[in-house]
Design a binder for this molecule. Structure first.
Ligand code: GLP
Length: 629
């Protein structure tokens, strides 16, 4: 079986995986530019189907660059956007009309009359006719030549939510709860997110001559795998693209990571059996068969596509023990290293016994979600712990919380500031952004929550730093742009602490997220400090706080939490009052942040248990980062 045919056994849509989103969009933008130019040469119009969301933003930037630097004209391009919220005013900061103007149309030479976007502001009774006209206009333009798509976490394309049929056309749809939750931050609260949308149908999209579906970041990996590898179903509208004759999925490493060729490479060919891959396949086998590592026998390997591994590195008994020991050695109750102990097989070094530890948290709460237990231990073990919040998190504070705090201040005689805040909240129009003063006030709310939270972990107030990085203060969710000032601030922090250990998150996260932006700033700062002596004695530990967790074979340090530590952790997260659901869940399965975080840590401990290692109440886990990772 050749590698290619092995892959084809699983994949029903051609998928190209690039190192990162930028490399991918350079390729796609180049193909679009070439197609537009070719049509220009023959004097025809080119019809481009466009998408919104954070995913296509780097593509639009690249197209704008080609327009500016390489003279690509869009004068012969007619565009049709996939969708628009309903009802929504064109001027609303989150309307797709405004988004497209800001992200693309204002920067290229496409005539206004050639731009088509479904209308979100027609009276409800006229929507049906407007949808029909939209379909007719696509046909009149000669059909869509290239359609760009993103994908939602529910597997939706455009706003074709689960349940959309393969033949659906442009129409009014009701948005899924998960989609509205995903948009809640952009709209400053779930209750502000429109309930409906107008979207091209799956059938409309299928009529496009060529389709590129783009996806970046880990959060899309599972839905991409299902769309590419599983049977097409209405529950996952993107899977209908399997029937399209000219579709490509354009992925980065993280969004392609769940595809069988990457996740279980031994199923599609003959991989290079590195120790990490061996650990991955053996732990996978153990969990799949429900057998502890030390009970696996040769036959288990042979019957599950792992004959080659057991022949090369077996027999099973020896291989089992090797992997068991590797996994065992990841567990430590001493995240800062155990003083005076032999550290040959420990994740952290024994010396220096007392370390300078720097925990970087993109927004307040990331830190405790992932590592409240570890943080408490580091403090209890006498390390010199500093927690730094890179951004203020002010965008995540609902107006209601600000009003609550300002009312309290006013009653306590707080005066001027409280009056200003309340006036501003009263006068704030539907489409208005928070002023700098209101954002500042909201950031104080988050600072106080963070202090209360870290107090539960035993950390003193003086050990907390708030960096308020400019990229966040000057941006909006999903549209942050980092710069030199951010890097300088993080460099100064690192230089002033000179840590032996840094904890950080955001690697392979959704590239538009605060976590990913913060990580890229950190990465840049570290690369500019490469010559510093302290850096050669510094371990960087990655944690995850975006709802995902490291896989068992990746984990390099596991810190067990006792039942009491789990309680402390829940309390620490609970202090982030502004981040709790604004509407209490009654008779719903929706869970709060602290419940989800603890459930994730319990799941990790259950994996260790199922592999036949010790059974703990919960486990927080980390991966060591080196520049190449
Ligand atoms: C919205 C849009 C989709 C988009 C999706 C994902 O639902 N209607 O077209 O694909 O969001 O957004 P993002 O690209 O920000 O992940």
């Amino acid at each position: 079986m050749s590698e290619r045919s092995g892959q084809e056994l699983y994949e029903r849509i051609p998928a190209k995986i690039y190192d990162d989103a930028q490399a991918a969009v350079v390729q796609v933008a180049g193909e679009i530019a070439a197609a537009i130019r070719e049509r220009q040469a023959s004097g025809g119009k080119f019809v481009l189907g466009l998408a919104t969301g954070s995913t296509p933003v780097p593509l639009y930037r690249e197209l704008i660059r080609i327009h500016r630097e390489e003279g690509l004209s869009f004068a012969n391009v007619i565009s049709f956007n996939l969708d628009e919220y309903f009802p929504i005013d064109d001027r609303h900061p989150e309307s797709y009309h405004r988004f497209m103007r800001e992200q693309l149309f204002d920067h290229i030479d496409m005539p206004d009359e050639q731009i088509n976007i479904p209308k979100g502001d027609v009276p409800r009774e006229e929507v049906f006719d407007a949808c029909k006209e939209y379909e007719d206009a696509i046909v009149a333009a000669g059909g869509i030549d290239i359609q760009i798509l993103g994908i939602g976490r529910t597997g939706h394309i455009g706003f074709n939510e689960p349940g959309s049929g393969p033949k659906s056309r442009t129409r009014l749809v009701t948005l899924d709860r998960l989609t509205r939750l995903d948009a809640a931050r952009d709209f400053h609260g779930e209750h502000n997110v429109p309930r409906y949308a107008v979207t091209m149908g799956v059938g409309t999209i299928m009529d496009a001559k060529k389709v590129y579906l783009l996806a970046w970041g880990r959060s899309k990996a599972e839905v991409i795998r299902a769309a590419v590898e599983d049977d097409p179903v209405e529950n996952l509208p993107a899977s209908f693209l399997q029937a399209h004759e000219n579709v490509s999925f354009i992925l980065d490493t993280a969004s392609g990571s769940e595809l069988t060729r990457n996740k279980y490479p031994w199923l599609v060919g003959f991989p290079d059996w590195t120790p990490e891959l061996a650990r991955e396949s053996v732990t996978h086998l153990s969990l799949k068969l429900g057998k502890p590592l030390l009970k696996l026998v040769d036959k288990d390997y042979q019957e599950n596509g792992l004959s080659e591994l057991v022949t090369e590195q077996g027999p099973a008994y020896g291989l089992n023990i090797r992997v068991f020991n590797e996994v065992q050695h990841t567990i430590t109750g001493w995240p800062g290293g155990k003083p005076d102990a032999d550290d040959t097989y420990r994740p952290e070094r024994a010396v220096p016994a007392q370390k300078r530890v720097l925990v970087l948290s993109p927004e307040p709460q990331d830190d405790v979600l992932a590592m409240a237990g570890t943080l408490s231990r580091l403090v209890a073990h006498g390390h010199d712990v500093t927690v730094a919040y890179l951004t203020s998190g002010s965008l995540g504070v609902p107006d209601e919380e600000a009003r609550w705090a300002a009312d309290l201040m006013l009653e306590a005689g707080g005066g001027e500031i409280a009056i200003d805040v309340l006036r501003e909240l009263d006068e704030k129009g539907d489409f208005d952004e928070d002023t700098a003063d209101l954002r500042q006030f909201k950031s104080y709310i988050r600072r106080n929550e963070a202090r209360a939270s870290l107090e539960r972990c035993g950390l003193e107030k003086e050990r907390i730093r708030f960096l308020d990085l400019p990229f966040y203060e000057e941006g909006r969710y999903r549209r942050f742009v980092t710069g030199e000032r951010d890097v300088v601030a993080v460099k100064e922090l690192l230089q002033s602490v000179q840590p032996h250990q840094v904890y950080v998150t955001g690697e392979a996260a959704d590239p538009s997220s605060v976590q990913a932006k913060s990580f890229s700033v950190f990465e840049q700062a570290i690369s500019e400090l490469a010559d510093e002596a302290w850096l050669s004695d510094c371990y960087v530990w990655l944690y995850r706080s975006d709802g995902s967790e490291w896989e068992i074979h990746q984990i390099e340090m596991s810190v067990p939490c006792s039942p009491d530590e789990v309680k402390t952790k829940a309390q620490a997260i609970y202090q982030h009052r502004s981040q709790r659901s604004q509407v209490p869940a009654i008779n719903e399965t929706q869970s709060e942040a602290w419940e989800q975080a603890v459930a994730r840590n319990r799941e990790t401990s259950s994996l260790y248990d199922r592999l036949g290692l010790a059974e703990y109440e919960a486990i927080e886990c980390f991966v060591r980062w080196t520049v190449s990772k």
